[in-house]
Design a protein around this ligand. Structure first.
Ligand SMILES: *[C@@H]1O[C@H](CO)[C@@H](O)[C@H](O)[C@H]1NC(C)=O
Ligand SMILES: *[C@@H]1O[C@H](CO)[C@@H](O)[C@H](O)[C@H]1NC(C)=O
Ligand SMILES: *[C@@H]1O[C@H](CO)[C@@H](O)[C@H](O)[C@H]1NC(C)=O
Ligand SMILES: *[C@@H]1O[C@H](CO)[C@@H](O)[C@H](O)[C@H]1NC(C)=O
Length: 417
């Protein structure tokens, strides 16, 4: 906060006596400075409810408030008359205690249990528990910074080799989208030849996967302003896709989790995620016999793949919590997304009229490590299976624990304990 190098001139300007030359305890000075700072800020809030204070507010140089390096403004602020500042400060103080007496307040004793955990000491109206990816200016008035506040978010996990494909894909998303690129090859700065890249958010971590990034950078409270969140791979062909049109259909059909249909000529595709002619969207499919004992369950319904999912913010809030920190390849997520929406076979579906081509370009999959004579992709593939197994076991255990605990409580209740 207040800079250690804060010039003594300013402190004395603020009416704090400083015994120069003598080794006065530095900490004490800092404490004083900070409490004055707090006092000034508090006065600001009072000023809102006490119109009479607004005059006083004007006399406080605003540059005392931010934590910028004040050494630069040293010269000019030393010219502000000490006396008037001191008067302002002490009358703020007086008003504050009058206010507290009147309202029987204890400003040091805030505790609001309904605040987010850890923030109980704050007055609720100052709590800002959610954020966004909106870019701000460094100058001007904050509330004028944003001319548009995109309602949708699209992320691509990319390597520079796929730049032309991503360029084509991004152009299918209007200005109503915030664009986030997750870079797994460390070459985030090589994208600036694309005009859109300058308004995109670039996040870089070498050899990390889409779900690793999503878990770490798309926390539901961070992406809260976005109604829909696209979490897409980099190897998708988007010639027959338009994002705004897509969202119209998703809204019309009440899809909480969706994906565009996949070109049926793509190499391997589930029946469910294949684009189907003559439909706007579809929510169920038929697989080979024996694959779907329950027609309402994956892979015949309640199912989209992990390559190009689109979530409503509510569905994403649930899915984010379900993603394990070590489930970095995301295998198997397709089969459990249904746990996040109810009824899943109605709210999960595939959009047929806006469809994509899965180009199956091996990218991150090739960046494993060659070991014991095996190709890098083999190790990656094996790892995918391993993660999925671990995840399934955890899910089974967690569910069993939950139901056992509930059963115990019911039993105890019924026997009157
Ligand atoms: C100090 O004030 C003068 C005249 O008001 C101005 O030109 C100068 O830029 C100021 N210096 C700083 C560091 O703000
Ligand atoms: C204010 O704080 C004091 C001491 O911490 C406490 O005794 C008193 O009850 C508090 N008053 C109110 C109104 O909360
Ligand atoms: C962006 O959103 C606004 C408001 O929903 C809409 O009117 C406009 O058509 C959208 N832009 C595009 C390119 O679709
Ligand atoms: C157990 O019994 C109490 C009181 O009879 C009741 O309030 C509570 O909801 C019951 N719990 C469950 C899990 O049924």
């Amino acid at each position: 906060m207040l800079n250690e190098r804060m010039p003594r001139k300013i402190l004395s300007t603020m009416g704090i006596p400083i015994r120069s030359g003598k080794a006065r305890n530095h900490n004490e000075t800092m404490r004083l400075t900070i409490s004055i700072f707090v006092g000034v800020v508090f006065g600001f809030f009072l000023g809102v409810s006490f119109p009479t204070l607004s005059l006083i507010r004007m006399t406080i140089p605003s540059s005392l408030l931010p934590s910028i390096d004040l050494t630069y403004v040293d010269e000019n602020y030393s010219k502000i008359p000490t006396k008037s500042l001191w008067n302002a400060w002490s009358s703020l103080n007086k008003d504050r205690s009058t206010y507290n007496t009147l309202h029987n307040l204890n400003e040091t004793k805030i505790w609001v249990p309904t605040n987010p955990r850890g923030a109980e000491r704050l007055p609720p109206r100052i709590v800002e528990s959610q954020s966004d990816f909106y870019l701000h200016r460094l100058w001007g008035t904050p509330y004028q910074d944003l001319s548009v506040k995109p309602k949708y978010l699209v992320t691509f996990t990319v390597g520079l080799d796929m730049k032309y494909n991503i360029d084509a894909a991004v152009k299918k998303f209007s200005e109503n989208f915030t664009i986030v690129l997750f870079h797994y090859d460390g070459r985030a700065s090589d994208w600036d030849k694309f005009e859109w890249s300058k308004r995109a958010i670039h996040i870089s971590a070498r050899k990390q996967t889409k779900w690793w990034f999503a878990k770490r950078f798309l926390h539901p409270d961070i992406v809260a302003p976005y109604d829909y969140i696209f979490i897409w791979d980099e190897d998708l062909g988007v010639e027959h896709f338009d994002a705004e049109e897509y969202l119209k259909l998703v809204k019309k059909h009440g899809l909480e989790i969706s994906q565009p249909g996949i070109d049926p000529s793509s190499s391997f595709t589930w029946q469910m995620t294949k684009k189907r002619d003559g439909y706007e969207v579809h929510k169920k499919a038929e697989e080979r016999s024996g694959w779907c004992p329950d027609p309402h369950l994956p892979p015949c319904a309640a199912f989209v793949e992990i390559m190009a999912p689109v979530f409503t913010k509510d569905a994403w809030r649930c899915v984010w919590h379900m993603i394990q920190n070590d489930l970095v390849h995301g295998w198997g997520l397709d089969f459990v997304l249904r746990r996040c929406v109810e009824p899943a076979h109605e709210k999960i579906g595939v959009v047929d009229t806006q469809w994509i081509v899965h180009q199956s370009v091996p990218t991150l999959g090739n960046q494993g490590q060659a070991e014991e004579g095996r190709a890098p992709w083999e190790g990656v593939r094996e790892r995918c299976h391993k993660e999925w197994t671990i995840f399934q076991e955890r899910m089974v255990d967690a569910e069993r624990d939950y139901f056992q605990t509930r059963a115990t409580i019911l039993l105890l209740n019924s026997t009157g304990h």
